[in-house]
Design a protein around this ligand. Structure first.
Ligand code: CDP
Length: 252
C-alpha cells in the first residue's frame, strides 16, 4: 500500500502513521465529505484541490476568457490569486472552507451548473494543471513533513495519488455507481435550495467523468498502490471508519 523511493521518501508521523493521505475518484463519489471527516478525526488539514480548478473556471466565465483559448486560460491560472481560509463563526452556512478569488468570496458560485459544465475543459489544459498542481504539491509537502500547523494532510482530487503527491503513505480511490453519485449530488443541491433534474445531474456527472478519465494529462485513474473503496452501499460513517482504520493499520 505504501510507496517508498529515494526520490520521494514516504512521510509518516512518529507513530508511523501516514501524514499524507490522498483521496481521488470521480465526481460526487464522496471525496470531500469523507476527506473532511477523516481530516477532522486525525486533526489533519483538509484540502480539496477541485476548488482550485473550479475557481479558475469561475474567473474565466466572469472575466470573459474563452475556456477553449488555451493560452489565455493558462495565463489566468498562472496569475490568479486563490486563497482558502477556514470559515469564520458568522459564515455558518454549511461551507467546509471559504474560497476567495482576488479577495472575492466564491465559495458557492464555484458550485454553479455553468462551472460544472466547463471545469473539465479547464482541467484538461496542461499549463493550468501545471500551475495548480505545483501549488498543491508545495502545500502537501509542507503539511506532510509535520512542520506545519497540523501534523498531516488529507488532499482530495483526481490526480493527487498519481501525480501531485505520489509519495503519500495512504492512497484511497473512492468510487460509487454513477446513479448513486447523481442521487447524492441531487440531495446536496436540494439542500442548498436548488431545483434540479436527476437526469440532468446524472448526464453532467457522466460527461465530466468521461472528460476527466480520457484527457491526455493526469487523467483520473487509481494509483497502482491505491486502496479502492466502492461507497455505493456504505454510509459516510462507515467509509470514514474504514479510512481511519487503514491509517491506524499503516502505523502499526
Ligand atoms: O466535487 P466533484 O467531485 O464534483 O468535483 P471536484 O472535485 O470539485 O472537481 C471539479 C473538476 O476539477 C473535476 O471534474 C476535474 O475536471 C477537475 N479536477 C482535476 O482535474 N484534478 C484535481 N486534482 C481536482 C479536480
Amino acid at each position: 500500500m505504501r510507496t517508498q523511493t529515494a526520490e520521494f521518501p514516504d512521510p509518516s508521523s512518529s507513530a508511523g502513521e501516514p501524514t499524507i493521505i490522498t483521496i481521488d475518484g470521480p465526481a460526487a463519489s464522496g471525496k470531500s465529505t469523507i476527506g473532511h471527516a477523516v481530516a477532522d478525526a486525525l486533526n489533519y488539514l483538509f484540502f480539496d484541490t477541485g476548488v482550485m480548478y473550479r475557481a479558475v473556471t469561475r474567473a474565466a466565465l466572469d472575466r470573459g476568457v474563452n475556456v477553449h483559448d488555451a493560452d489565455a486560460l493558462a495565463r489566468l491560472a498562472e496569475t490568479i490569486d486563490i486563497d482558502i481560509a477556514p470559515p469564520t463563526p458568522d459564515q455558518d452556512d454549511g461551507r467546509q472552507s471559504t474560497i476567495l478569488v482576488a479577495g472575492e468570496d466564491v465559495t458557492w458560485s464555484i458550485r454553479a451548473p455553468e462551472v460544472d459544465q466547463n471545469v473539465s475543459i479547464v482541467a484538461a489544459n496542461p499549463r493550468v494543471r501545471q500551475a495548480l498542481s505545483a501549488k498543491q504539491r508545495t502545500i502537501g509537502q509542507r503539511y506532510g513533513s509535520g512542520q506545519a500547523e497540523k501534523p498531516g494532510i488529507v488532499m482530495v482530487g483526481r490526480d493527487i495519488g498519481t501525480v501531485v503527491l505520489p509519495e503519500a503513505g495512504l492512497k484511497i480511490y473512492m468510487d460509487a455507481s454513477a446513479e448513486e453519485r447523481a442521487r447524492r449530488r441531487l440531495l446536496d443541491l436540494e439542500a442548498r435550495g436548488k431545483a434540479v433534474d436527476y437526469q440532468q445531474v446524472l448526464a453532467d456527472i457522466i460527461a465530466r467523468d468521461r472528460m476527466d478519465s480520457e484527457r491526455d494529462h493526469s487523467p483520473l485513474r487509481p494509483a497502482g498502490d491505491a486502496v479502492i473503496i466502492d461507497t455505493s452501499h456504505m454510509t459516510p460513517a462507515e467509509v470514514v471508519a474504514a479510512v481511519v482504520d487503514l491509517v491506524r493499520q499503516a502505523g502499526s
